[in-house]
Design a protein around this ligand. Structure first.
Ligand SMILES: [Zn+2]
Ligand SMILES: [Zn+2]
Length: 426
């Protein structure tokens, strides 16, 4: 029997329950993607009107968006687990019995922002956490697309921190709602279009203050970790207002758009530094020490080893349309996939996951004009054929597309043409 609400708080829980029931069939987070692109488009237009086209750079926008797509995609597979963990912590370990009245929202928003402050600060102060968070700071452009630069690994670490909220006694339904609000707020602090409003900086983290956090200038380093409120930064001595215009990005910028390298380079650096360290303390510091003490020679050495054939001629990108098309295709697929997520079977899910991830790796490789993309293109075609044949129950005919692919490669030297027209290497 349905229990109907008798007061406002019960009414809220009732709505959440109803919403959750419909969520079992459709995932409304799908609409976050068109909303994101709408805001990026508006920001882009505003940048043009203000005669600041340099706020956007084609390569870095593509790179930022492709990382965001991967996170949204993989998140679909793990989000349900995140929620279950919150319920499990709440049901078994909740410390306080927090009474249900409007004050709970004030307490929750402050608690959420406080946990965020420490999650974010440790993300900068501990190597193993920085390995995930560094990806957010790669971007040398500071605009809405930079807000999308979050990885699934970071989402997993963050979930660990968010567990403190149900542990304190906040109901998971409230926590999940608050995380949506809190997460949306930080999207809007990644822009240079919104003018600085100084009096707001007494209370809120503004785009200008978060821009300082993204800067590599000496005096701006390790400042403004807060997400919504400035109290914590003021309280713990990490507050800094914008004085000179910031130079955005890392102190030692990553010189690569490779999708995989961007995600994992710092883990390799930790591993290398761990190998080189002597004794327990050295090894401990390689993993849990401060990124400020990381040996700065390691990255260039690793880049030489893993990215040796790099020849960046980005100003000659003639395949911009092809890249943009792939990103658009991924976005539309991801939207459709998200909305109907609960209705897909395992094969659909695995195919979509593999297809989108290969495409994103492809986009990064295109930006770097890697010769091996051609094989990746083949891999993707093969995946499509396999999936279509699987849907028809005809996987025994898989040899047909394989043969066609080999024959066309042999008779039309497609590889060479691809190099010429898409990569434009002579
Ligand atoms: Zn940060
Ligand atoms: Zn940021």
């Amino acid at each position: 029997m349905i229990k109907y609400p008798t007061n406002l708080v019960e009414y809220y829980y009732f709505c959440v329950e109803q919403f959750k029931n419909s969520m079992e069939h459709y995932n409304y987070l799908a609409f976050a993607m068109p909303a994101f692109f709408l805001f990026v488009f508006l920001e882009y237009k505003a940048a043009q009107r203000k005669k600041k086209p340099e706020l956007f750079k084609y390569e870095s926008s593509i790179s930022n968006v492709s990382i965001g797509i991967a996170e949204r995609l993989i998140n679909l597979f793990v989000a349900a687990t995140f929620y279950q963990i919150y319920y499990w912590v709440y049901d078994n370990f909740a410390i306080f019995n927090i009474p249900n009245n409007w004050m709970i929202w004030v307490g929750l928003i402050l608690a959420t922002d406080f946990v965020w402050y420490w999650y974010h600060r440790l993300g900068h102060e501990v190597n193993i956490f920085w390995a995930a968070h560094i990806v957010h700071h790669h971007s040398e452009e500071f605009n809405f697309t930079a807000a999308a630069r979050i990885t699934t690994i970071q989402a997993i670490i963050r979930t660990g921190f968010w567990c403190l909220l149900p542990l304190a006694g906040f109901h998971p339904n409230l926590v999940i709602t608050m995380l949506l609000v809190h997460g949306s707020y930080s999207f809007f602090t990644h822009t240079q279009i919104i003018e600085r409003v100084k009096w707001l900086e007494y209370v809120f983290i503004t785009p200008s203050l978060h821009g300082v956090h993204h800067a590599s200038d000496e005096k701006y380093l390790d400042k403004n970790y807060g997400d919504m409120f400035v109290f914590w930064d003021k309280m713990f001595g990490t507050f800094q207002v914008e004085e000179e215009h910031p130079k955005y990005g890392l102190t030692h910028p990553l010189k690569s758009y490779s999708f995989l390298w961007m995600h994992f380079h710092y883990y390799f650096e930790i591993y290398e530094s761990y190998k080189r360290a002597d004794g327990f303390k050295g090894k401990w510091n390689a993993v849990f020490g401060s990124p400020a003490n990381m040996d700065q020679d390691i990255r260039p050495e690793l880049e030489k080893k893993f990215l040796q054939d790099r020849s960046l001629k980005l100003n000659q990108l003639r395949f911009k349309g092809y890249l943009a098309f792939q990103i658009a295709m991924c976005t539309i697929m991801l939207m459709w996939f998200t909305y109907f997520y609960a209705n897909h079977n395992l094969a659909d899910k695995l195919f979509t996951l593999a297809f989108i991830l290969i495409t994103l790796i492809n986009c990064g490789a295109l930006l770097e004009q890697r010769k091996w993309i051609y094989y990746l293109e083949y891999g993707r075609l093969f995946l499509i054929f396999t999936y279509v044949l699987y849907l028809q129950g005809q996987t025994k005919y898989l040899f047909v597309p394989v043969m066609l692919m080999v024959i066309s490669e042999q008779s039309f030297s497609l590889g060479k043409r691809y190099q010429q027209y898409v990569l434009q290497t002579k």
